[in-house]
Ligand binder design. Sequence first.
Ligand SMILES: Cc1cc2nc3c(=O)[nH]c(=O)nc-3n(C[C@H](O)[C@H](O)[C@H](O)COP(=O)(O)OP(=O)(O)OC[C@H]3O[C@@H](n4cnc5c(N)ncnc54)[C@H](O)[C@@H]3O)c2cc1C
Length: 356
Amino acid sequence: MKMKRQVEEDNQDHSQLHLGPQPQNSYNFWVSAFLTARDIHLRNLILIGLPKDPQHPEMDVHSIQDFIKTFTQEDAIALVQTPAFLASAGLAAVAFYWLAFSGERKPVLNPNEWKEFPLVLKTQVSPNTAVYRFSLPSSKDVLGLPVGQHIQVSAEINGKDIMRSYTPTTLDQFDKGHFDLLIKTYEKGNISRHFSLLKIGDRIRVKGPKGAFIYNNKLTGHLGLIAGGTGISPMYQIIRSSIWDHSDATTINLIYANVNEEDILLRDELEHLHHNSAGRFNIFYVLNNPPPGWKGGVGFVTKEQVAHYMPSQDKDCKILMCGPPPMMSAMKKHLDELKYPAPRTVSKLSDQVFLF
Ligand SMILES: Cc1cc2nc3c(=O)[nH]c(=O)nc-3n(C[C@H](O)[C@H](O)[C@H](O)COP(=O)(O)OP(=O)(O)OC[C@H]3O[C@@H](n4cnc5c(N)ncnc54)[C@H](O)[C@@H]3O)c2cc1C
């Protein structure tokens, strides 16, 4: 009887003091009546942890078990249907999403503003080339560089501001909190030498993105890539993005030229991509000084090799080239003789032959 009276008092409390008169078909009213009829009082939640007998606080306190022991499956169903519960669940979902994804992929680069980044790691990868890793402000940041574009690096050398272009080998989709530059040191070079003298913690000034080439998986059916030395950087970015994108069906053939075998950059990474490409990506190496038993090309890249490994010009294809100027001049001549259109002085994305 006591329980019944309590239920009636509770109903009266709700309608008169807190909620005002409720229409009989009110959703809240029925949920509230349903819970109180089962002696479940959500306000009892605030009692958890308080003493049951205020005279003897050390004896026994209200526990969560006290609250839930009369809680049946039906009660739980009724509870999760209350607007307050649904609103809380919605807020929790928003909070989870914000915690899990906010801040991720925050692009750091700004094409109109120089930004500074500290060197955190230098890894020598060949006698004259190293990978320089720079950290971004937060471990969740990404550089903000579309696949195929590059950055500009500037430094003051002998009182003059000098600027050069570099293509990070890292990708926004995979690499957070840092970016890597693969740089060959020229003894008489300005910026490449400046890089080689950097110590951990030294900063470089960077602006971007720059460049006319942005890769996407619908750009073309066949990509032919010709690279020399560090000219592999933009190619590696594009290959990596394409091969790990399972909706990308582009076939990619790379001719990669170097002086000695130890100069072949990113070789393990390229072979790994080849093995995971299901035949979509193939490499042909060319060396000036091959070791005994070398199975790739020897000397400079020939017209016959270009004709054999590159997609023919009448296909839905693009040829991309990046390397030392003398090699690029020789490749333009080969392509011209093979009836490919000549690249412009400054290439455009729509061009069939694009020179980085
Ligand atoms: C879009 C783009 C992306 C690039 N990405 C990269 C990259 O990822 N990694 C990278 O290492 N480079 C890259 N480069 C090349 C880079 O921009 C510089 O040209 C290179 O680092 C040399 O600059 P430097 O200031 O050291 O030499 P400079 O001051 O320009 O040249 C001084 C001297 O260095 C020597 N030298 C310079 N360049 C060459 C060369 N190609 N061949 C032979 N000798 C040379 C010559 O003796 C020259 O007289 C890229 C270039 C472009 C346009």
